[in-house]
Design a protein around this ligand. Structure first.
Ligand SMILES: [Cu+2]
Length: 473
């Protein structure tokens, strides 16, 4: 099909070239020069300009009527304001659009070239300069002032009793967090992100779990480094050489053999003890070489392992610092995260109550876009962003209004953030305060209990998530 279209385009171009050649031939046959343009030609072109203007305006109006609506009525308080702002801007743009284009095409048609007419030359006119400077300046100032006012209303301080919800983005899904009974979000730290603690919420158990996980990783890499066959053999050979060399002398001139920095310092102060220690180490190496933990690594892979170990140790240190820094003998900072409620797949909001959204991102810039509420905010790693809004129409009412029982509000990612960006969405349910309270009470609280299995909500939300994905596929 694509090939067919391409063929038609190519053949069309060939035909056009051939026709223009025929036209040129016919002109030269009539004994006219190619660049001679008659007044009839100019008049025709002028008329065509007018015809184009009319077609242009008709198509503009048709498109506006067909696609000009925003789809759904605004479902939030500030959504109404945003639509009003948009309509105001569009009204100004339409007026300017019609004035400018009418002048453009009308003048082209009216003043087509005629041999007996001479153009008037105006070098400068202060009055004109003033008009086309002052009018746009005033209009732009009004647009900016009006826009800023609306923006400030959306991003201004939320009221005391506003509901607070955090939306957390990562490639490629959304997570919503409710602050729980205490109304306070627990602090979060990216160093604490584990499969069980996807938002990195700071709690004592969370820190303990993250430390356990990192200790396991460190132990594994250390083992891989310590049991590298090439390095073990080299160390063994070096000790043997040193022992032979040392025979009868007290010579410590042998320096590091490139592996002693892993904590197996073979040097000792006392000659006899030193010899004993070296022999013990040799026996240990022989034993280690027989173990099935022995692995063989290239030099590059070995260095990569050492790098990894260094990074893991740094990571462990940062986790330990959270404890030193935040704990400080006071429990509240740790406790406020414990009753946080984390939901995936869909989140609920009560109708008619102000919501303050806080946005965080784990990896790249995403954008939280809630089209039916006319709301959008970038989510930026390391920089929490926020805005407030008040939903005014429940999901059920909107379904009735739109006569679409399938309708759902949706949170989308509006930044092309990677391969599965298209599927980065979350359902929003707007309902009565009572229904919302019931729903919220069914959501589990966030506590990573030591030795417990995966938190229930993680499983439930994973299920929901897979449902969403299947539904949208
Ligand atoms: Cu995204």
């Amino acid at each position: 099909m694509k090939l067919l279209i391409l063929l038609v385009v190519v053949l069309g171009l060939v035909a056009a070239v051939q026709l223009s050649k025929v036209y040129q031939l016919s002109i030269s046959l009539r004994g006219k020069r190619e660049e001679d343009i008659s007044e009839a030609d100019n008049r025709l072109n002028g008329g065509l300009f007018l015809a184009f203007m009319v077609a242009f305006y008709v198509s503009f109006v048709v498109l506006l009527v067909k696609y000009g609506s925003y789809g759904t009525p605004p479902a939030s308080e500030h959504g109404v304001a945003v639509d009003r702002l948009m309509d105001f801007n569009m009204a100004i743009i339409f007026v300017v659009f019609f004035i400018v284009n009418t002048l453009l095409f009308w003048f082209s048609a009216k003043y087509y070239h005629r041999a007996d007419r001479k153009a008037r030359f105006i070098a400068h006119d202060n009055r004109l300069e003033l008009i086309w400077t002052v009018i746009p300046s005033v209009v732009l100032a009004i647009i900016i002032a009006y826009g800023l006012q609306t923006w400030n209303e959306m991003t201004g301080e939320a009221s005391e009793d506003a509901l607070r919800v955090e939306l957390y983005s990562k490639q490629f899904d959304w997570t919503a967090r409710y602050p729980g009974a205490d109304g306070e979000f627990g602090q979060a730290n990216y160093n604490l992100i584990t499969p069980m603690n996807a938002l990195g919420i700071v709690t004592e158990d969370g820190v303990a779990a993250a430390l356990t996980e990192i200790e396991e990783k460190i132990a594994k890499v250390e083992e891989e480094i310590n049991y590298e066959k090439g390095h073990l053999l080299a160390e063994w050979a070096a000790i043997e050489a040193e022992l032979n060399d040392d025979h009868g002398h007290d010579d410590h001139s042998h320096d590091n053999h490139g592996h002693d920095d892993h904590g197996h310092d073979a040097h000792a102060d006392d000659h006899g003890d030193g010899k004993q220690a070296l022999e013990a180490r040799m026996a240990e190496i022989e034993h280690m070489l027989e173990s099935d933990k022995v692995n063989i690594l290239t030099e590059a892979a070995f260095e990569a392992k050492e790098d990894k170990l260094y990074r893991l140790i740094r990571h462990r240190q940062r986790i330990q610092e959270i404890r030193n820094f935040d704990f400080d003998g006071e429990l509240t900072a740790w406790e406020s995260g414990m009753d946080d409620q984390i939901v995936k797949g869909e989140f609920h909001l009560p109708v008619g109550r102000e919501v303050e959204f806080v946005f965080r991102s784990r990896d790249v810039i995403h954008s939280a876009y809630m089209p039916q509420f006319r709301a959008q905010m970038n989510t930026v790693p390391g920089v929490p962003t926020r805005f407030k809004m008040k939903p005014t129409i429940t999901t059920d009412s909107m379904r009735t209004v739109l006569e679409n029982p399938e309708f759902d509000y949706v949170l989308l990612c509006n930044k092309v953030c990677g391969a599965a960006h298209f599927n980065m969405q979350m359902k929003i349910v707007i309902e009565s305060q009572e229904a919302y309270d019931t729903w919220l009470s069914e959501q589990g609280e966030f506590i990573v209990k030591e030795g417990s299995e995966e938190p229930e909500m993680e499983q439930a939300s994973a299920q929901k998530e897979s449902q969403t994905i299947t539904a949208s596929l």
